[in-house]
Write a protein that binds this ligand. Structure first.
Ligand code: PEP
Length: 255
């Protein structure tokens, strides 16, 4: 099975940017620019922007995602938001285990797994991030680490739930730095992720899973990155804050 049968997904990750009013303005600007997309188009936005984003995206091909989810259904977890709450608000996707959360907020492979299970069990699509630091790459651990993170994230995930799993390979050294992995590095990293899924679920199941690349993808490099057989889309930070740049990446994924 080849890339052409997998669904390309271009997802923006706004991080901690945009007020609700700015959200409405930006999505209104994006809507006509991405209306012809031949890929899934997702915007993952801060919790506070979700109602405005869902409202602005109504009737368009833009789907809304969150940037995190808690693993408990409800209870005394001040500041957290559950999968059920996200679903009720109109959210369809959620980013889990972004390297910024792993680095600054104590996210571990275990909490990534718990959040993934909570999201998938609630019927959300989980965009699970994995990636090596520059030091890990230079020590030669990239394959081992990507396979370990992928398998840990998917522990107890049932094969039929893989339909709702997207893995984003995001080399930590390429996120928000302007340094992009070469297309071959992205393809290789995504290939390690797919091999890990194959080891856990079999090759046939692994061939169907969307594996994105993320890390300074932009309108200038998207064509080359997305041309690679294992790169099924992108998780886009900085370039998702500009309607024209994001739309250009969507266009590249629609070829
Ligand atoms: C990201 O936030 O997941 C990301 C890849 O950011 P950037 O595109 O800015 O590197």
């Amino acid at each position: 099975m080849k890339k052409s049968v997998r669904k390309a997904v271009i997802a923006g990750n706004w991080k901690m940017n945009n007020t609700p009013a700015q959200t409405t303005e930006l999505i209104n600007a994006m809507k006509p620019l991405v209306a012809q997309a031949d890929c899934d188009v997702v915007l993952c936005v801060p919790f506070i922007d979700i109602p405005a984003a869902v409202e602005a995206a109504k009737g368009s091909n833009i789907k809304i995602g969150a940037e995190n989810v808690h693993f408990k259904a409800s209870g005394a977890y001040t500041g957290e938001v559950s999968a059920e709450m996200l679903k009720a608000a109109g959210v369809e996707y959620v980013v889990i285990g972004h390297s910024e959360r792993r680095t600054y907020f104590g996210e571990t492979d275990q909490t990534v797994n718990l959040r993934s299970l909570a999201a998938l069990n609630a019927g959300l699509k989980a965009i699970i991030c994995v990636g090596e630091t520059l030091e890990q790459r230079e020590l030669g651990y990239t394959e081992t680490l990507l396979k370990f993170q992928t398998k840990m994230a998917l522990t107890n995930v049932k094969e039929e739930q893989l339909d709702n799993v997207i893995i984003a390979y995001e080399p930590v050294w390429a996120i928000g730095t302007g340094v992009t992995a070469t297309a071959d590095q992205a393809d290789e990293g995504n290939g390690f992720v797919r091999a890990a899924i194959a080891e856990a679920y079999g090759a046939e199941a692994a061939e169907k899973v969307t594996v994105q690349y993320g890390g300074s993808m932009n309108d200038g490099n998207a064509d080359e990155l997305l041309s690679k057989v294992n790169v099924d889309g992108g998780l886009i930070g900085g370039a998702s804050l500009k309607a024209d740049k994001f739309a250009a990446i969507v266009k590249a994924a629609s070829k």
